[in-house]
Design a protein around this ligand. Structure first.
Ligand code: BGC
Length: 443
C-alpha cells in the first residue's frame, strides 16, 4: 500500500479517538496531580509550588497603583484605581514584542516596559506611586518584590535572564527612564492576580465572604495558583506537570521533542492544554493525515508549512461555525490559501474539538487534584477564579471542564465547585496585591 492509499475516513476517526481521555485515566491524572503538589511542597517533582508572599485581601484596599502586566506577546502598563471594592483601569498602554525581542537581551525589553510606564505616568500626572509587576513566567519569589527568573515559557528565551531578579531589572529600567519615584511594591503571577481579584470582589460585598481558593489562567499559557492554608498562596506552575504520558499522542511527543523553548520535557501539561499549542497540535495532525491519506493535501499553505502558523484562535472560530456546510470555516481556510471539501472541514472541526476537549478534561483533572489536596473529601464550597483567552474564546470550554469535574468528583461535589470568569483580571488583581503588600508593610 502506498502511504496515500490509507482510507481517509477511518484514519481520521482513529486520530480523533487518540485525543480521548477516558474517565479512569483522567482520575489517575488527578491523583498524580494531587501527589505532585505534596512532592512539590517538599521540594521535588514537576510542580514548582512557588511562594507568592501575598495574602488574601480584606476587600477594603484603596489607592492608585501603576501596573505592569507582562506575560505573552503583549505587555501592558496601566494605572489602576482601587476604591475599597471597586476597580477602575484609568489608562492602559499596550506593547507588542517581536520574535527577535523575545530572544534578545532582557534590558531592551525592560526599557520598553519602563517607557510604557513613563507614558502612563506622564498622561496621568503620576508622581510618586507604588507599582505592581505581573510577571507571568516561572519565578522564585524571595520577597514580595524580589523574583528570581526560572526558565521562560510561551516561546520566550531572553539571554541570561534565568537567575536574575526581574523586580530588580524593572527597577533599574525605571531608574534609567527617570521614573525612580514609581516604586516596585510587588511582583506577582497572573494566576495569583486572578485569585486575589475574585477574593477582593467577594469580600468588598461581604467582609465575611470566603476568599477564592484557586486562580486559573487558560490563555497563551496555563497555570494554577491555590490558597493552601498554612502553606500560603502558592503558584503551582502547573504547566510543567509531567503526569501526561497516559494521554499524549505521537503529535504531542514530537512537538515536545522538536521545540527548543521550553526545552523537551518541560511544560508538558501546558504543551497539551494552552492556547499557544492547540493550533500547533492540530497542524501536526493535519499534516500527518495529509501525508498518509488523500485528504488534507494542504502542505503548500503557509499555515500548514511552519510550526505555530496555525493559530489556536482558528480552532475557536471553526468550533463556532454553525452553518451546515461549515461555510465560515471554508472562508477561513481559503484566507489561509486552502481549498477544502466539506468532509475535510468536518474533519478539521472534529480534530479541533477533540484537542480542545482533551485540554478541558486535563484542566479539570488538575483542578480536582488541587482541590482534593486542600479538602480531600471535597466537602466544602470552592471557588475558582478563571481568566484567559482560551477559556473566554473557545465556545463551551467551561461546560467541557464542568462535565469532567462532575465525572471526576461526582455531580453533588462538583456542584459545590464554582468557576467564576474574571475577565481582564491581571492588572486589577495585581493592584490589589500591591495594596495588600502596602498594608502588610505598614502593620
Ligand atoms: C507561565 C505561568 C503563567 C501562565 C499563564 C505559563 O507559561 O509559566 O507563570 O501563569 O503561563 O500566563
Amino acid at each position: 500500500m502506498t502511504p496515500m492509499s490509507v482510507p481517509a475516513e477511518p484514519e481520521l476517526a482513529r486520530v480523533v479517538a487518540s485525543f480521548e481521555t477516558p474517565g479512569a485515566v483522567l482520575a489517575s491524572t488527578a491523583e498524580q496531580f494531587q501527589a505532585q503538589i505534596a512532592k512539590g511542597l517538599a521540594g521535588g517533582g514537576s510542580l514548582k509550588m512557588l511562594q507568592t508572599f501575598t495574602q488574601q485581601p480584606s476587600g477594603r484596599e484603596r489607592g492608585q497603583i501603576v501596573v505592569v502586566d507582562w506575560g505573552g506577546t503583549n505587555a501592558r502598563a496601566g494605572l489602576v484605581e482601587l476604591g475599597g471594592g471597586s476597580v477602575r483601569i484609568v489608562v492602559e498602554e499596550t506593547l507588542v514584542f517581536s520574535e527577535a525581542q523575545k530572544r534578545g537581551a532582557p534590558e531592551p525589553v525592560f526599557d520598553l516596559i519602563a517607557g510604557a510606564v513613563g507614558k502612563v505616568a506622564a498622561a496621568q500626572h503620576v508622581g510618586r506611586a507604588p507599582l505592581a509587576f505581573v510577571y507571568s513566567y516561572p519565578a522564585r519569589l524571595e520577597r514580595i518584590d524580589r523574583a528570581v527568573a526560572l526558565a521562560l515559557t510561551k516561546g520566550w528565551r531572553l539571554e541570561g535572564l534565568v537567575g536574575q531578579d526581574v523586580g530588580g531589572l524593572l527597577r533599574a529600567a525605571l531608574g534609567r527612564a527617570g521614573l525612580a519615584r514609581i516604586e516596585l511594591a510587588a511582583v506577582a503571577n497572573d494566576t495569583v492576580a486572578a485569585l486575589i481579584l475574585l477574593s477582593y470582589q467577594a469580600r468588598s460585598r461581604d467582609a465575611a465572604a470566603r476568599p477564592a481558593d484557586v486562580g486559573l489562567i487558560l490563555g497563551t499559557g496555563t497555570n494554577l495558583a491555590a490558597d493552601l492554608g498554612p502553606a500560603g498562596i502558592r503558584n503551582l506552575e502547573s504547566g510543567n506537570f509531567d503526569g501526561v504520558g497516559a494521554v499524549d499522542t505521537p503529535y504531542d511527543v514530537a512537538l515536545d521533542r522538536e521545540m527548543a523553548d521550553p526545552m523537551p520535557g518541560a511544560q508538558r501539561f501546558e504543551k497539551m492544554v494552552s492556547g499557544h499549542y492547540l493550533g500547533e497540535i492540530l497542524r501536526r495532525a493535519l499534516r500527518d493525515l495529509g501525508a498518509r491519506t488523500a485528504w488534507f493535501q494542504w502542505s503548500a499553505s503557509p499555515a500548514m508549512a511552519s510550526p505555530f502558523a496555525f493559530d489556536s484562535a482558528y480552532l475557536s472560530r471553526i468550533a463556532r461555525d454553525r452553518t451546515p456546510a461549515l461555510d465560515d470555516s471554508a472562508a477561513l481556510l481559503r484566507s489561509l490559501g486552502i481549498e477544502s471539501t466539506r468532509e475535510e472541514r468536518e474533519g478539521v472541526r472534529a480534530l479541533g474539538a477533540a484537542i480542545a476537549r482533551r485540554a478541558a478534561r486535563l484542566v479539570a483533572a488538575a483542578l480536582v487534584g488541587t482541590l482534593r489536596f486542600v479538602d480531600p473529601e471535597l466537602a466544602g464550597r470552592r471557588t475558582i477564579a478563571v481568566d484567559g483567552s482560551l477559556w473566554g474564546g473557545y465556545p463551551g470550554f467551561d461546560a467541557l471542564v464542568g462535565q469532567a469535574l462532575a465525572e471526576l468528583a461526582g455531580r453533588e461535589k462538583a456542584a459545590r465547585i464554582e468557576t467564576a470568569f474574571v475577565k481582564d483580571s491581571t492588572s486589577a488583581g495585581a493592584a490589589v496585591i500591591a495594596a495588600v503588600a502596602a498594608a502588610q508593610r505598614s502593620q
